[in-house]
Ligand binder design. Sequence first.
Ligand code: SAM
Length: 218
Amino acid sequence: MPLTETLNREALRKIVRKIRRRAEKKKTDISDHLETLFVESLNLKSRLIVELGVGDGESTFVLERVANLWGAKLISVDIEDRADVSSFRDRIFVHEDDIAFAARFPSWCRERGMEPVIDLLFIDTSHLYDHTVSEIRDWFPYLAPRCKVFFHDTNMGEIFVRKDGSTGKGWDNQRGVIRAIEEHLGTTLNEKTDFALEHRGWFIRHFSICSGFLVMDR
Ligand SMILES: C[S@@+](CC[C@H](N)C(=O)[O-])C[C@H]1O[C@@H](n2cnc3c(N)ncnc32)[C@H](O)[C@@H]1O
């Protein structure tokens, strides 16, 4: 059943307003994408959401709201201790390297009575090429047949620009994230542009602002 049938529009608008306010108040390298992350998560009934890279909890703020709407579990993974960024009851924080955790993910899930099948996967960690290649290799096998993957930092550089023209300091990751995605998909992508395309069963959308954000659905 579509989520909009189970929730009234005003409840959804309220959440969007809250996310917008947060993004306006706290301008970060991901603030422009928080609303997209939320809205994009509404058309897929999720039971399991995995967040790789918690940082200061901007994506967690959104994903815990998505999990709450769907009655899903949110598993947040970070190599640093980021347990305290959220007190959402259905969030489990895993303090571990995400590649090491991927190897024991099925047994970890089954010990907790969960199926190791991911509906929404959010990736925002080191932004390095080798690491992103490993994340795709080790986490994509757990994706549900119908799923969504979000990558932040597909368009990194010394400076990033937000929609309102404000800027922030970034760094050049040598196209690490987008290059790993290109290789996985066997295609080239121009991360300096916004685009929407279909490739190998994935519907892919890209937003070039604010360090870049890529959404892929299948
Ligand atoms: C840019 S921050 C994440 C920002 C967060 N998504 C947000 O919206 O606020 C990157 C995070 O990835 C974590 N990280 C880096 N390498 C990692 C790894 N190998 N495994 C797990 N977490 C990692 C860092 O500790 C850091 O907290």
